[in-house]
Design a protein around this ligand. Structure first.
Ligand SMILES: [Zn+2]
Length: 334
């Protein structure tokens, strides 16, 4: 069965010292301190250790072969977004990352597809880079669940979403810059609690802000099975009904009507949780994703789905068909 993993992260093996180049900021750089490993350093502070499968395309293909997964859709690691930087500097960083990711795709045709990154803090530059991503052969962009704490319904982002629709570029929304980070650092709570809330924040912002209403052909996929959104849709709809004065200020349509318009990935680590998501959004809107190569990811690449009692048809939707539709791919070219 064809398997397309649409949620994987990659980073160039060597990064310029952007902080030295630009003269400010906590840009990430890499220190290759022992064979096969590197430390990501944010400014002067250790961020995380990564392994060679974060940057080595051949090693990644070997690891994917072990789980019969043919295609990886790669995008950068969210900490690289750097939306906080001066727009022109973030643009330069984005160009570097997008050129690198496009080269990976070109050198390993058949195994890789890719999403770019753009300076979301400046719509003109973001659209310029989006157009360049299209020319490079990238299939869309990955963006954060918030942009410097601004929600995705803010009018300043609308032209970027419109350009994505017009250029037929997919959008992948990934949680980052988690709300409440500093008040719950213990127990990894920003990742366990903050990230699912971030993703629901992004979905609700785009629904209530009318982004999906105004851009019916925009193709958006949300990470980690939509975070806490699917489990709290009842509460969200109830809020829409009971407090229209607070909720229906920019869009009067029921949020439930947008279910089926956007995609989510399948990263739940729990077959019952995945079945609940499938019941809600349908198998045509659940893509196979893993968050490879990070520890919170599904590093057995969908084994829990293959071992489940989900039908072959549903598994085909998850493993390839949903992503083919989201990314606008021609199946005959895969
Ligand atoms: Zn991820």
């Amino acid at each position: 069965m064809l398997k397309i993993d649409m949620h994987t992260h990659i980073i160039p093996e060597k990064l310029p010292r952007f902080a030295d180049k630009f003269g400010y900021g906590d840009f990430i750089h890499l220190v290759h301190h022992r064979p096969g490993f590197a430390n990501m350093i944010k400014g002067d502070v250790f961020f995380r250790e990564i392994e060679a499968n974060c940057w080595d395309p051949k090693l990644r293909i070997e690891e994917y072969d072990q789980f019969n997964t043919q295609i990886q859709v790669v995008c950068t690691i969210p900490v690289m977004f750097s939306y906080w930087a001066k727009p022109q500097d973030c643009h330069e960083l984005s160009k570097f990352l997008n050129d690198d990711i496009a080269e990976t795709v070109n050198q390993h045709k058949g195994n890789y597809l890719a999403l770019g990154t753009v300076p979301m803090q400046d719509a003109n530059l973001a659209i310029k880079e989006l157009e360049r991503c299209k020319e490079l052969g990238l299939l869309g962009i990955q963006i954060g669940s918030n942009i410097n704490d601004k929600n995705l319904n803010e009018e300043q982002f609308f032209p970027i979403f419109k350009a994505c629709q017009d250029l037929d570029m997919a959008v992948f929304v990934h949680p980052w810059n988690m709300m409440g980070f500093h008040s719950m650092e213990k127990y990894w709570l920003p990742w366990l609690v903050g990230m699912p809330a971030e993703t629901s924040r992004a979905i609700c912002s785009m629904i209530f802000g009318g982004v999906f209403e105004r851009l019916p052909d925009l193709r958006v996929c949300f990470a980690h099975s939509g975070g806490s959104f699917p489990a709290t849709i009842g509460r969200i709809e109830h809020g829409y009904n009971c407090r229209p004065d607070l909720v229906q200020v920019d869009n009067t349509r029921n949020p439930r009507e947008y279910i089926g318009k956007f995609w989510v990935d399948c990263i739940t680590h729990d077959i019952q949780a995945l079945k609940n998501v499938l019941d809600l959004v349908g198998s045509k809107r659940v893509c196979f994703g893993t968050d490879y190569p990070f520890p919170l990811g599904d590093l057995e690449l969908g084994k829990f789905i293959e071992e489940s009692n989900l039908s072959t048809k549903v598994q085909e939707d998850i493993f390839s068909k949903a992503a083919i539709e989201w990314l606008g791919l021609d199946p005959s070219q895969l």
